[in-house]
Design a protein around this ligand. Structure first.
Ligand code: 6PG
Length: 245
């Protein structure tokens, strides 16, 4: 049950209710996109939060409501680890969803994790540009999460990539994680038709409050950079994550 809906923020009692609502929204957006443009192009987020959502989408009723032939899957960011690594976002989505639905393999565009980070980022940008055949690719749906440090995708605090406006995809070295990430940039994310943040758990309450209510300080709270410049932005949060709002 939605506890409250203010502006574009929907607060759900539990993560399960949030996940069901998110799956229903995705099916609706997919049907609208396919009706309007003949295809549904989604960028998936990584980490743990969306896992339950992907599992829900992988089985009836939701899996039967999706036209997988006309669904195309990209990722908003990737950890620079081998494709079969448990940390790899594409691996998680394949295990939770993509290996269980009749989506053509050629419709799935994982972020490359070779030969080295900068080349992988350039390759993914080329893939996106040639897929959309336009200078400003518009994803139908951009799924995002936030970290406890208010990052989103792999747009981490105090990183150069926050200011990147020319490239659509960039490599970034995350000191605190001692790892490279490949991430879509703000320019690309903000072009999406619909942006959906999924946030659950007490651990995210402080970050969510800062992102939504603190003065604009994107270097500290990178998720504040995300705006639906030509579409809609929704926050689906559970009551634990919304506890400080
Ligand atoms: C990633 C994600 C990242 C994620 C947040 C939240 O690669 O980790 O894309 O932006 O959405 O870190 O992660 P959790 O859902 O695991 O808390």
């Amino acid at each position: 049950m939605i506890m409250q809906q203010k502006n574009n923020i929907s607060v759900f009692d539990t993560p399960v209710e949030l996940t069901v609502a998110a799956a229903a929204l995705i099916v609706t957006l997919a049907q609208e996109a396919i009706k309007a443009r003949g295809r549904f192009v989604i960028s998936l987020s990584g980490g743990n939060t969306p896992k339950q959502l992907y599992q829900l989408l992988s089985r009836p009723p939701f899996s039967k409501q999706m036209d997988w032939e006309k669904t195309f899957v990209f990722w908003g960011d990737e950890r620079y680890v081998p494709p079969a690594d448990e940390q790899n976002n594409a691996h998680m989505a394949r295990v939770a969803l993509l290996d269980h639905v009749p989506i053509p393999p050629e419709n799935i565009y994982p972020i490359p994790v070779e030969p080295e980070p900068a080349a992988a980022a350039r390759a993914y940008e080329d893939t996106i540009r040639s897929f959309f055949r336009t200078a400003s690719p518009v994803f139908d749906l951009m799924l995002l999460g936030i970290g406890e440090n208010a990052h989103t995708a792999s747009l981490f605090p105090h990183t150069q990539v926050l200011a990147e406006r020319e490239h659509l995809v960039k490599e970034v070295y995350i000191e605190e994680l001692q790892m490279f990430r490949i991430t879509m940039t703000v320019s690309l994310i903000n072009c999406a038709h619909t942006i959906l943040f999924l946030v659950t758990g007490k651990a995210k309450a402080e970050a969510l409050k800062k992102i939504l209510t603190a003065p604009f300080q994107p270097n500290i709270y990178p998720a504040q950079l995300i705006k639906a410049e030509q579409g809609r932005l929704y926050w689906y949060v559970d009551s634990d994550a919304a506890a400080l709002l």
